[in-house]
Write a protein that binds this ligand. Sequence first.
Ligand code: SF4
Length: 183
Amino acid sequence: MEKNKPRIATASLAGCFGCHMSLLDLDEKLLDLVELVEFDQSPIDDYKHITQTCQIGLIEGGCCNVHNVEVLKQFRKQCEILISVGQCALMGGIPAMRNAIPIESCFAEAYLNGPTVYNPKEILPIDKELPSLLDKVYPCHEVVHIDYFLPGCPPDTALFNTILLALLKGDKGAIPKELLHYD
Ligand code: SF4
């Protein structure tokens, strides 16, 4: 009987999905990867939710609202190894540019005073379906334990292959420095 393959899941929080695009840029190497693993929640099979415990999880984006925090905590519970992927997950990235600005000023610029805003009734988005914004954007490791970090915006495509193969082989050896960038 064929041994169950390790499962990999991916999820996106406050990110642009560019890190996922870098993973997808593995192109034909993805075919080699699916010989070794099963993809769970990911853009590869388009599963929208994680279906069971996975051996490796890749998380993109930081936490800017309460929904991101819930998703991240749940994802952490379901992934034995969790890898923070890209500058948004590692440091908050572009969304964290609001961290130096009071949240009321962010709302005012977005919905009242911005140069392209037309909102004569000055209605702010208050529907309870909308997740509340956090006081600032948090990197993932400030919310849950993270096992590995892949820097870059986005991380180099080859870096995904290198770290996934290393973890699958149980070889946590050094990642080539040329694959790491901190832009
Ligand atoms: S790190 Fe860069 S590519 Fe990845 S989600 Fe953030 S902005 Fe997009």
